[in-house]
Design a protein around this ligand. Sequence first.
Ligand SMILES: Cc1ncc(COP(=O)(O)O)c(C=O)c1O
Length: 479
Amino acid sequence: MSAPTDGRRDGGGEALCADGPLADLVGSGCTVPCVDGNERRAVELDQAASTQALPEVAARVAEALPWYSSVHRGAGFRSRRSTAAYEDARRAVLSFAGRDPDGPDIAILCRNATEAINHLAYRLRLEPSDVVVTTTVEHHANLLPWGRVARRRYVECDREGTFEVADVVAAIERGARPALLAVTGASNVTGWLPPIDDLIVAAHERGVPVVVDAAQLAPHRPLPRDAEFLVFSGHKLYAPFGSGALIGPRRAFETGDPFLAGGGAVDLVDLDEVVWSEPPEREEAGSPNVLGAVAMHAAIDVLGDIGWDRVRDHERTLARRLREGLAAIPGVTLLGPSVAGGADTLAVAAFTVDGMHHALTAARLSAEYGIAVRHGCFCAHPYVVRLLGLDAAAVATYRTEVMAGDHRGMPGAVRASAGLGTSPGDIDTLLAAVGALAGGEPAVVPYQQDRATGDFHPVTDAPGWSDAADGRGISCAGG
Ligand SMILES: Cc1ncc(COP(=O)(O)O)c(C=O)c1O
């Protein structure tokens, strides 16, 4: 195997920098096949989508498995043990969110942040005439559920994808008092951190409760204590076992129908009567995800052991290296807050390469360099449209194409995102690869774009990348 000389790196190659990751994740050091026939160490820079598991998470799940049983409804010893583990996880989730586990707030354990926000939107019993103030920075998970149950009033972002407290105050005061402010704790596209504590204070001063979508915030920064409602997901928190959390005051769930109706949520049922149990059980009909809860608990423990200061320092170093490095590459445009502005962001960067489709850039990074990133609009279409500065005509053009089943012209960007398992050397590997692509490095193999998904696929028989093996037609940019 000849040594790649073009910025591509051999599998198992040394990190380019002495500093390592803050924590190893399950699968760290795995190699992936590339279309030139080389195996390269997998560089996982899609941590904003889902993270690999912490080893402690995997170990705690393995320990819990022999004791796995139904919770809250079994008489056996295993069931007692599983129930205790599940309820311990609930308490850990509350503590992680800065809440007293014996205080007025409850944690409802659910599948993920999307489900948690839909759950809350159903449960708040808003009237169609009620207003939810939200922002153009949001992930679809914090936009679409509110549109179903109320009117939305938006806080616009500027060209850098940010807004100020005054913009939120103006939106709150622009008409009738809103029923809720629904705002993200951190952008999944640019990594921008809205001034969340100040937003909460401003909303409260105006009598408006707040839900914080903390899906991106939770793995990287302490959660805001004062928001009435908070949601996050285990799979972004190094605990990819299908769990998430909705936190809020018990009183918000004490009356009315729960989101899901069924077993486990009731005290009494007759054919024409139901007496719901007290929350949180009332909100968790059906068999809960015990192992997901155990996993999330383990991840919370590890984050607590590492400490936020170390997490923040590590990720600030990565963020600076990533964003400054990308901004310095000729032909690369970094979206979001400018590097010069010095805004505090997560180690997340969305960027475009001049003259290269975002889907092709992502496909080549994977197939030729072993670097995993995401491309597209990142489930935040309105935000990406604003970051790219697209006008109404451009939006109308791709809309017509998409409605006709053609996603090839869908706008978008490439996103690299880092976490505990990322080393500065991983960032350097990405920067070298993006530099090579932006500098006109010829592709190792031809690529074909799929009309239905907009994705590019290498045309090759290389192991792992042949038609039969590559999952052709599965969209990487969905959402
Ligand atoms: C900011 C933000 N909110 C919500 C979600 C939805 O999270 P989940 O897929 O866990 O439901 C995501 C996922 O990417 C996100 O980044």
